[in-house]
Design a protein around this ligand. Structure first.
Ligand SMILES: Nc1nc2c(ncn2[C@@H]2O[C@H](COP(=O)(O)O[C@H]3[C@@H](O)[C@H](n4cnc5c(=O)[nH]c(N)nc54)O[C@@H]3COP(=O)(O)O)[C@@H](O)[C@H]2O)c(=O)[nH]1
Length: 912
């Protein structure tokens, strides 16, 4: 019986050959499984690396595109300036000035020039620029001027050797063309590739990554390699013509990726390539394969070693089995029972050894570079891997049995988790970004994937979660975003973001019909400070200015830095009432001017700056972003021309006025030198109609404009510090006339009244100058009357009084001009050494019709009488005026009734 059953068992048991075959098959199967698993892991690691490099390449593409968009915008602005120049509205000298300001405000521009279709330089920011660009010989420039089909939008060049700077550079060019003239020329901006490299340097990407900007030749414009010893970045100009890159450049695709040895440092990398939008430049973001596959190799070797161990154990087991089988055969007849037991034990041992090997492989697979934890159906953690511990800081012992909520940061609300659980129940999976908290309290961002495991009865048995820390990637993305849209020095929005916001605001205002104000701010004396105290202090000053501007506006408004010392403030939602919007914008701009002019403490220095602000409003009607910025810029230019620390609004005619004023200012500087000023005289008569004196009134005989009224050029002279020399000339000419008249008995008693503007009167040395003129000309001071206005008396009254006293001691008299139109304080009438009140012509004009004007004139006359001052009325045009004035006690007159201002030769002095 025992023998029979032993024999039966012996028949059922596998012969050693079959067992060896099965063992071999199992080994091969496991090898295949390992191969499959490693392949999947390799693809996954490569996919993740590709995603990372793609993100970096996209961001870099976005960044470079944004810089070029800013450059393009400014090229178009320069095109606008060129048109104004062509229309004669901008002087060539002003054009160069405006080009320089545009260049200083675009970070990536080194120089900018306007060239005509033959390549002759019309205007350039580089004083030593060659006078002609060889357009025809340049493969880049020639098509722009010669081929009518080439793009109207700007184009970027490949790297070229610039003779002007003696280094490699790239050009950004915009064609100037019109339907009538065809191609008229080019706007050319020269870009220094070092700038792109400098910007890349600021990125702190992960180790083993590289970034390159390549032109279409293909040569490196700029490259950076991050955090790998022995890896070198290529110098600008290095050729990187790999087959993959050449294929990519020659194809229509705009994005691609490949793995190959870098032609620069021979390191094997995975590259993601992007064509920079609107150009044939390429951004290449690379990641070193040895780094992103490091985990993969660790797992590969662990699995291979595990497999080898298992094969060895299997071989040992088989060998053992073979021995036992033989022994069993040998002892079959004698020790059937014993052999059966041995066989059973052997079988159990074999199975447990195989199971142990399989478990070991599974455990190794669990140890991936992603954090993993498994929770049971009650959501209690049952297993974590070492990467989980590395990411969260929690060891397995600390979290086993705990709810995963131990990782919660508190940043997500209940609705977030409700949605997560709902997705798990419905779809069996959920993935997304989650803010979690490490054991040390640090909050970090992770990418979490949760999958549900179900049994045969479709009941949930486990949850498997993988998590990866994406804080660094997010920080890099944020950094690139910051660099693309914000100014690195001040942290304010840059030109690109400002343009985006302006575009958005244009859409909003069209919808809501609300005004938006745009203010262009330029610091008046920044360049001097920057040049004299150094860029370190200049930068600190700009940061302080940015802070001040930002402090004044609302959070919903925008303060942006365009570059250099140019800032833009955008005030949103100013309502639909234009007057209210203007008032509001003016009040904010005034606050900004006050804030800017306060002393600024910067690194032991106390600095003082001021600003000029140009304002434009939009909200109704069609206008483009470019128009808005140009309007504000021109308004700012006018503010600067008006004497700085000022604000100006733009209106439709303003552009022409600005240009006209700039030209007139230049001409006025020449007027004295060219002897274009003339002194006219208007007689002043007494009650009998006899001339008792004259008022000296200056005229400007402009060679092209004819006779220019002082009402037009005196304010301009005041704003540009020209009033001093002009006033001196008037005074000296009038005094010479007095000296001449003193020689004739007919004219010796005539007075001359000379207008003195407040700025002229306040000038240091004015009193001494009057004295010197009197000495030089020999004029009798008692015949000289200085006409001052009320505005002079509003500030520093003591100083004014003391100067007037000194001049009066010399014998000079004072007449108060335009009395009644301004401050009209009785207090200063009493305190100041005045001799005469002059009734303003605006009251005399309507004295017969307007009872209010009549009352004012009566009051001025009686005031003069009671203060024992003379009184004279100007603007007397009719006999009725004269009679009314005479009737009310005024016995001195000036006006067209008696004579118009005229050259001295035409004065009717015989009436004296
Ligand atoms: N600082 C200086 N200011 C000067 C000087 N010369 C002139 N001015 C000021 O410019 C303003 C305009 O002057 P003008 O165009 O010469 O006008 C004067 C007269 O022509 C005009 N006037 C005189 N009589 C009449 C009249 O009957 N009707 C009429 N419509 N206008 C008349 O009034 C002006 C004189 O003004 P006032 O000086 O207030 O007496 C003017 O403000 C000048 O002051 C200069 O050398 N320096």
């Amino acid at each position: 019986m025992t023998h029979r059953s032993d024999a039966k068992q012996q028949q059922r048991r596998l012969p050693p050959r079959q067992a060896a075959f099965i063992g071999l098959a199992t080994g091969v199967l496991l090898l295949l499984l390992i191969g499959w698993e490693m392949n999947v892991a390799h693809e996954e690691d490569e996919r993740l690396a590709r995603a990372r490099t793609a993100t970096t390449a996209d961001m870099m593409n976005e960044w470079v595109s944004s810089l070029l968009a800013t450059s393009e915008h400014s090229l178009r602005e320069i095109l606008g300036l060129y048109r104004l120049n062509q229309a004669g509205q901008i002087e060539p000298s002003v054009l160069v000035d405006l080009l320089k300001r545009r260049r200083d405000s675009v970070d990536i521009w080194e120089d900018v020039a306007l060239v005509d279709a033959q390549g002759y330089v019309l205007a350039s920011t580089r004083p030593m620029e060659a006078s002609r660009f060889e357009l025809g010989s340049s493969a880049f420039l020639a098509p722009l001027v010669l081929e009518s089909s080439s793009a109207a939008s700007p184009a970027v060049s490949t790297l070229y050797w610039s003779e002007a700077v003696g280094q490699l550079r790239v050009l950004h060019a915009l064609r100037i063309e019109s339907p009538e003239e065809g191609v008229e020329g080019l706007v050319l901006a020269r870009l220094d590739p070092a700038l792109f490299e400098g910007l890349m340097e600021r990125l702190s990407l992960g180790p083993g990554t590289s970034l390159a900007l390549v032109d279409s030749s293909p040569r490196v414009i700029a490259q950076r390699v991050f955090g790998i010893d022995g890896s070198t970045a290529a110098a600008p100009g290095a050729h990187v013509a790999t087959p993959q890159l050449l294929d990519f450049l020659g194809s229509d695709v705009t994005r691609d990726s490949w793995v190959r040895k870098s032609p620069v440092d021979d390191n094997r990398r995975l590259f993601s390539a992007r064509k920079v939008t609107g150009t044939d430049w390429v951004v290449l973001a690379g990641e070193d394969t040895t780094l992103y596959l490091a985990d993969w190799w660790r797992r590969f070797w662990a699995l291979v070693l595990g497999w080898v161990a298992m094969v060895l154990m299997g071989a040992v087991a088989l060998r053992h089995y073979h021995h036992l089988y033989a022994a069993e055969k040998e002892l079959r007849r004698h020790r059937n029972r014993l052999a059966t037991e041995v066989e059973q034990r052997t079988e159990a041992q074999r199975v447990s050894e195989l199971e142990a090997a399989q478990l070991k492989i599974a455990a190794m697979a669990f140890e991936t570079h992603l954090g993993m934890f498994i929770a049971d159906a009650d959501n209690r953690i049952v297993q974590v891997n070492s990467t989980f511990t590395a990411i969260t800081g929690y060891s397995a012992e600390e979290v086993l049995g705990c709810n995963p909520s131990v990782l919660n940061s508190g940043r997500h609300d209940a609705a977030f988790y409700r949605h997560l659980w709902h997705s798990l129940q419905e779809n069996g999976t959920w993935q997304g970004e989650v803010w979690n908290q490490r054991k040390n309290g640090e909050i970090y961002l992770q990418w979490l994937t949760i999958s549900v495991v179900r049994n045969d009865k479709d009941e949930i048995t486990h949850y498997v979660a993988t998590l990866s820390d994406i804080t660094q990637r997010k920080a890099a993305e944020q950094e690139i975003h910051q660099l693309a849209f914000y100014d690195a020095l001040t942290g304010l929005p840059n030109r690109r973001l400002l343009i985006d916001r302006l575009e958005a605001s244009l859409k909003d205002t069209r919808r809501d019909s609300q005004y938006t104000a745009v203010m262009f701010i330029d610091l008046d004396n920044f360049k001097t400070i920057n040049d004299s105290l150094g860029h370190y202090l200049g930068d600190a000053l700009l940061q302080a200015v940015a802070q001040r501007l930002d402090d004044i506006v609302r959070d919903s408004d925008t303060v942006a830095r365009l570059g250099g010392d140019e800032f833009v403030v955008m005030l949103h939602e100013l309502g639909n009432d234009s007057e209210h919007a203007v008032r509001h914008a003016e009040s904010i701009a005034s606050k900004l001017l006050v804030a800017l002019s306060q002393p600024i403490r910067v690194h032991e220095h106390t600095l003082q700056v001021s600003g000029s602000i140009g304002i434009t409003l939009f909200g109704f009607g069609e206008v483009s972003v470019s128009d808005i910025l140009q309007q504000a810029d021109l308004a700012m230019y006018q503010a600067k021309a008006s004497g700085r620390n000022a604000l100006r609004f733009f209106d439709p005619e303003m552009q022409a006025v600005v240009v006209d004023r700039a030209r007139m200012e230049g001409d006025l500087r020449q007027a004295l030198h060219n002897e274009e000023l003339r002194l006219y005289y208007q007689s002043q008569v007494n009650a009998d109609g006899c001339i008792i004196g004259v008022e000296a009134l200056v005229r400007w005989e402009h060679p092209a404009r004819g006779m220019v009224s002082p009402a037009e050029f005196i304010p301009l002279a005041e704003e540009n510090n020209l009033i001093g020399p002009i006033g001196t000339w008037v005074l000296e000419t009038a005094c010479r006339q007095l000296a001449r008249w003193a020689q004739s008995s007919t004219t010796e008693a005539l007075d001359i009244a000379v207008n003195v503007s407040p700025n002229q009167f306040r000038q240091v040395g004015f009193v001494e100058e009057v004295q010197q003129i009197l000495e030089r000309t020999g004029a009798d001071p008692r015949r000289l009357k200085l006409e001052v206005t009320e505005t002079l008396l509003m500030e520093e009254v003591e100083d004014v009084r003391s100067r007037m006293e000194t001049l009066r001691c010399m014998g000079i008299r004072f007449s108060l001009d335009d009395f009644g139109t301004g401050y009209s304080s009785l207090a200063y009438l009493k305190r100041l050494p005045l001799d005469q009140l002059k009734i303003d012509q605006s009251f005399v004009r309507d004295v017969l019709e307007d009872p209010a004007d009549a009352a004012i004139v009566r009051t001025v006359i009686s005031l003069a009488h009671s203060l024992e001052l003379d009184v004279i009325a100007e603007g007397v045009e009719t006999e009725a005026h004269r009679q009314w004035l005479f009737h009310h006690g005024c016995v001195a007159y000036q006006g067209y009734l008696f004579s118009r201002p005229c050259p001295v030769a035409e004065l009717a002095l015989d009436a004296h």
